[in-house]
Design a binder for this molecule. Sequence first.
Ligand code: ADE
Length: 257
Amino acid sequence: MKIDVVTLFPEMFDGPLGHSIVKRAIEKDIVEVNKVNFRQFGKGKHQVVDDTPYGGGAGMLLKPEPLFEAMDSINERDPETKKRVILMDPAGKPFNQAMAEDFAEEEHLVFLCGHYEGYDERIRTLVTDEVSLGDYVLTGGELAAMVMIDATVRLLPEVLGNAASAQTDSHSSGLLEHPHYTRPAEYKGMKVPEVLMNGNHGLIEAWRHEESLKRTFERRPDMLEAYDLSDRDKALIEKWKKEADETGEQVNHTEDF
Ligand code: ADE
């Protein structure tokens, strides 16, 4: 996979791309990441990339020419690849695991990162996707692009040591992940559940599924709407709902925040 990041702050990417799993993926040539500083396409002696909005108003907007020319330079360097051009935008579609899985299928991703208050609207004609990291405003698109690159690269074949570990991730299966335990079997009076130590893989799988379901029911009930529940799942959920009603426990803790 090829990734281009179009940014005014290429050094910001050195940390996330220079460590751990993403670093190894780059070293193994599974992914190539190029940083394109669009300042080089800025106008005049001062390489200006922004200007005041027509019609007035506060703030500066990114001018169209530097970003169009940055895209031209990428297309000239790699004329053959099919590109997905992703604009970092707090007003875009919220990023999620399904989007990371979709991006991981692509040949060439281009992330456009803005700073300042926004973009000249014509920049949107360059892009295939407008994506937000979440419902908050960052100082620029760089942190959002780093998160999206990280979530995408770890899904590429051969990046994670154990291919199965991406499939059982929270969010990939449609449920949150079940609890995990390692040695020691008992620590500060806290015991590892007996079922995990008896070697019965059928029982272990059933326990893990039930714990995933319960965790999702308790923490992210919204996710269950899109999940294909078995009859047994439905019965378990009914049981937990009844128990929660009896104890007066609040199930959706998100309201606490
Ligand atoms: N730029 C500023 N805030 C952003 C966000 N939440 N997602 C993507 N890009 C952004």
